[in-house]
Each structure stands twice: as structure tokens, then as C-alpha cells.
Write a protein that binds this ligand. Structure first.
Ligand SMILES: NC(=O)c1ccc[n+]([C@@H]2O[C@H](COP(=O)([O-])OP(=O)(O)OC[C@H]3O[C@@H](n4cnc5c(N)ncnc54)[C@H](OP(=O)(O)O)[C@@H]3O)[C@@H](O)[C@H]2O)c1
Length: 322
């Protein structure tokens, strides 16, 4: 079979002929991969920088995908925690990490949508009790995950969605997806933080895809403008496109009812993710969530890998289309 193979964390994956894997455990099966998304998490896996990296090489990247089981069933599945990922004609699926898809589901759409969508979906269902009518600030709302977060917050009953991002055109498009307020992250950082403070003073939840300086700078301006500082603000660290570390002001944690938590692999159990997948898959398959896939044959991975990713589109590889 053919697969994308990473042999060094410094270079892009190469399309190579490799041995087909053989299932061994009682919960394992060989799956034909129909579609797999190139998520930021996959890039971090392939360059060894993700916090789950074991440094094992060679590595077939790809963390999830849509595949067909030997009995013909279509599933969405999350890859096993091994060097055998989903960017391959075939891979091993742990059946405990696979969820059946409705027959009408589009494999490419599911492969594009699940990773960015699960960030907000799982967070709002598993990491925080989002009460109906909650007010949410989405930091980094113009990326694939942020756009999903806007739509999912709406589906889950948010009464106010404040979407903040850099790209003006994409920011404007978020209104059609459900954002009540859009706010630019471009320009003078102190002015941006002040604007965030004014717009999001009464937010209940922050879904933070940025972290780094922009997150740290926005905290006090938001907290000090709250009409009731005893009202809880839960800041949820989900992504770190603006920096892996953030200098959190100590006063933020004293001056208001403020908590910072995270959401990702580890803070939510695999069983917790699995339990959320059927409803999320249904929402995607039924067109309640919009994703923007762009499809490439896996054979073109080397060239696609080097092209800067468009953050409004999610690249999806289809292994069998040569
Ligand atoms: N924990 C989880 O469950 C989970 C799940 C999925 C994703 N994530 C994480 O969430 C983050 C976003 O993922 P994604 O799928 O949305 O990626 P994406 O589609 O590539 O989008 C990245 C976004 O980040 C913006 N950005 C990059 N650097 C920025 C900066 N310095 N300041 C402000 N905005 C910046 C980009 O804005 P421009 O368009 O202006 O360039 C773009 O909108 C990543 O860190 C990813 O690993 C976490």
C-alpha cells in the first residue's frame, strides 16, 4: 500500500510504498482510509512538537479520518496512539475509537469538520457547564476551529457570541454563521485588549484558540469592566496559535471570579470524546455546521505540505485517488 511517511521531524512527509499493517488486538481491524484531514495537530505531530509526541520515527501522520471496515461499514475514527496514522491507503482502527456514519454522510466533509468542530463541541459539553443564554468570546474565530466554535455556540444556545480575529474579510463572514459582534485583533495590542474588554466585559466563557500575549493582555481589561465581578468567567485554553506560553497577570485571578482551564486530549478522556461524536457527526452530516474542505490525492502530500495553509479551508487527503 501507499502512505505518507515522516522519517525526520525536520522534513515533510513523503509518499512511499510500505507494508500494509496487520491487525493484532481483539479490538483492531484493518480499515480502508477514504478521507483524512490535515489539521494543525497533524502538522505538530509530524514535526514532533505536539505535547503527545513520543519522538518515534518513522511515522505515518494523521490523527483521524473516515474509513471503510472489512464488513463495508463507514466509520469516523480516531487513530491509535502509535506511529500508524491515517495518511495511508489502509490503517489499523481500534474499534473502540470508531463511530458509525450515516450512509448519506460525505466522508470528505466529516474528515474536514470533526477535528475543528470537536474543539468547541467537546469543550462546551465536557469542560464547562454552558447554561442556555451564555455569553461567549471566541478568540481566534477566523480559523477553521474558530468558525466552528461560532456555529456550535449558536447551536448550544449562546445569547451573545463575540468573535475576534485578524482577517477582516473572514471576520465579517462570521456574522452569517451566528456571531453577534465581530472584533478585530489587528493593530496596536493595547488598543485591541481595550476593545476586547469593552465588548466582552460580561462574557461567561472565553474559547481561546490564541493564548500567548493576546490572551494575557485581554484578561484584565475584560475582568475590570465586569458589571459583577463575582459572576464566573471561565477562560478555556484550546489552541495556541499566538504562543505556547502566556504571562498571566496575578491580579486577574484575585480581582474577579475567574478560572482558567484547558480542553484537549488528556483533560477530556478518550471515552468523553467518543461519547460526543455521534451527535457531532449528526450535526455535520445534516449540514448544521459549515466546513470548507479542499481535497487532494495523498500522492501530492509533499507539495501540499509546503504550501501555506489557508486557514479558512481544511485540506483533506483522499488516499485512493492517485
Ligand atoms: N484542543 C482541541 O481540542 C483543539 C482542536 C482543534 C484545534 N485546536 C487548536 O486550535 C488552534 C486553531 O486551530 P484551527 O484548526 O482553527 O487552525 P487554522 O484553521 O489553521 O486557523 C488558525 C487561525 O489562527 C489565526 N492566527 C494565527 N496566528 C495568530 C496570531 N498570532 N494572532 C491571532 N490570530 C492568529 C489565523 O488567523 P489568520 O487567518 O489571520 O492568519 C487563523 O484564523 C490550533 O492551536 C489548534 O491546534 C485545538
Amino acid at each position: 500500500m501507499y502512505a505518507a511517511v515522516v522519517r525526520s521531524f525536520d522534513s515533510s512527509p513523503k509518499y512511499e510504498e510500505v507494508e500494509s499493517p496487520v491487525p493484532s488486538g481483539e479490538h483492531e481491524a484493518l480499515v480502508d482510509v477514504l478521507a483524512a484531514g490535515l489539521h494543525l495537530r497533524v502538522r505538530a505531530q509530524a514535526n514532533g512538537s505536539h505535547y503527545t509526541s513520543t519522538d518515534e520515527l518513522p511515522l505515518i501522520p494523521g490523527i483521524d479520518g473516515v474509513g471503510r471496515l472489512p464488513d463495508g461499514k463507514l466509520v469516523y475514527f480516531v487513530a491509535t496512539d502509535t506511529a500508524l496514522g491515517t495518511f495511508a491507503d489502509q490503517t489499523i482502527v481500534d474499534l473502540r475509537r470508531a463511530v458509525p456514519l450515516p450512509a448519506y454522510a460525505d466522508p470528505v466533509l466529516i474528515a474536514a469538520a470533526m477535528n475543528p468542530a470537536m474543539s468547541a463541541w467537546v469543550t462546551l459539553r465536557r469542560r464547562v457547564q454552558a447554561k442556555p443564554g451564555f455569553k461567549v468570546l471566541i478568540l481566534g474565530a477566523t480559523g477553521n476551529s474558530g468558525q466552528m466554535a461560532v456555529q456550535i455556540a449558536k447551536l448550544m444556545g449562546a445569547s451573545q457570541i463575540i468573535a475576534a480575529g485578524r482577517n477582516p474579510e473572514r471576520l465579517r463572514s462570521l456574522t452569517q454563521l451566528g456571531a453577534d459582534v465581530t472584533l478585530s485583533l489587528a493593530g496596536d495590542p493595547a488598543a485591541v485588549a481595550r476593545n476586547l474588554g469593552e465588548a466582552a466585559a460580561d462574557a461567561d466563557i472565553v474559547l481561546d484558540y490564541l493564548w500567548g500575549e493576546p490572551a494575557a493582555q485581554a484578561m484584565l481589561p475584560i475582568l475590570t469592566r465586569r458589571s459583577d465581578r463575582s459572576r464566573l468567567l471561565t477562560w478555556i485554553q484550546i489552541g495556541s496559535v499566538a504562543g505556547a506560553d502566556a504571562p498571566i497577570p496575578s491580579a486577574a485571578l484575585r480581582s474577579a471570579n475567574f478560572q482558567i482551564i484547558g480542553s484537549g486530549q488528556g483533560s477530556v478522556t478518550p471515552a468523553g470524546y467518543l461519547a460526543e461524536f455521534p451527535a457531532l457527526i449528526q450535526a455535520v452530516a445534516d449540514g448544521k455546521l459549515t466546513a470548507n474542505p479542499v481535497v487532494y490525492p495523498l500522492s501530492r502530500i509533499e507539495e501540499v505540505w509546503k504550501t501555506p495553509a489557508d486557514s479558512q479551508q481544511r485540506i483533506v487527503f483522499v488516499p485512493h485517488n492517485k
